[in-house]
Design a protein around this ligand. Sequence first.
Ligand code: XMP
Length: 485
Amino acid sequence: MNTQNKIVGEGLGFDDVLLMPQRSSIRSRFSGEIDTSASVARGAPKIHIPIISANMDTVTGWRMSTTLALLGGFGVIHRFMNIEDQVKEVRRVKERMRVIEDHPPVIPASATIRDAQRLLRERERGYVIVFEGESFDGSFVGIATPRDFDAGEGDTLLREVMTPKERLRSVPPGTTLESAVEQMRKHRVEKTPLVADDGRLLGVYTMKDYEYYQHYPHASLDYKGRLLVGAAIGVQEHEIERALALAEAEVDILVLDIAHGELDYTQEILHRLKIIERVKTPIVAGNIATIDGARYVRDCGADGVKVGVGPGYVCETRDVAGVGVPQITAILNAAKAFEHDSDPLPIIGDGGIRKPGDVAKAIAAGADTVMVGSLFAGTEESPGEPVEQDGILKKMVRGMASATAFEKRLALGSTTTRAEEYVPEGRTTFTPYKGSASKVLKRLRGGLLSGMSYTNARTIAEMHDRAQFIIVRSPAIPEQRRPLQ
Ligand code: XMP
């Protein structure tokens, strides 16, 4: 045995370092002087708040993704459900906000009010576009809303109650949302169809959509003005089908969910998706924690890298496998790997965030964004209901490599591992219920703004360049067991 390079260095976790205060010209961290926008992956639009909810089944479904994206963050929908359900969740986020509805709910004029009500519920809309004939080809004869439904019974035909096309105030191609809103205000209507010269429907502008934009000025949006959303995929053969279905649903970023990203799988699946299947959706890969690991993921063609081996609150990898790199060092390693690249791969610091200051530290170490699991698990938007334990409302949080998560995967048929052989590397626990995820996001963002202000950094890039750490006494608690705050 060669013992020469056995010890490769020392690792620093979040509690081992503090940011050095610096002479700053930032007058107020809340005045808009600081821009925290960041890239999650090459080829995807930037987000305003560099905070991403983790792809864990006790953390991110459509509700978490929607709330975070509305406020400027981002969520990655977990993959521990069948493909159809995951696609539905992605669509649900994408359908929440839009400049123009280009796929409105459509229904034949021969359908009943009851049919239309069902469609409204399914599509979560306030109107249906009515057409004559067998199928919708763009030609339409009117719009029906719940107000029109009051004029009939459940089995009344829509053509009897709808507002006919001739009476609608429509707008021509080229009309912007703002001028459509002017028209709607003038005529006191809530929606206006955008109609081509030949009478075909191109889309529908609604006041509701406009109000969303007013209400959420920092929302994370795609190029069509819809909320950004990510989704996780695995590495098994059937996950190709998942990736293709998610790409088809226009998910913005795919996240390859592998605990050890330096496996051959990473290269194989990226090659398959990008070269053979020609998937254009940006793909983030990970997780890695070393310089070589970061370069490997980059060279496999990923569009972003996820950094973190073992720092998570419900992780047991360090205890079970004895493997891990303290998170500040892991992020520094990734930053070092790309130091001389002209277009460095965006880095996601994944796991270990327990308090707002950790976000600032992760970004100071070189992360562009951070991924947060357990802190979001106890919120209203995380999947699952709160339970009462010792008089306190709590929500479950579990590692995706925990025994209970494995049971779920067995039930879904999404694992080939035999139950007798499985050794969990994650735990299941409960975390106090803390209301909306927006509160957690606000605290984390507040901490980041403060850290950036102390560092005199007006952008994430300046934070990367200017921030300096001082090493402080190591805590007695292992990094992954630090309490949530
Ligand atoms: P936090 O600390 O925010 O970390 O809860 C979230 C991240 O933890 C990782 N994760 C796991 N790691 N075993 C592990 O070793 C697990 O069972 C497990 N489940 C989640 C994951 O990277 C997540 O984003």
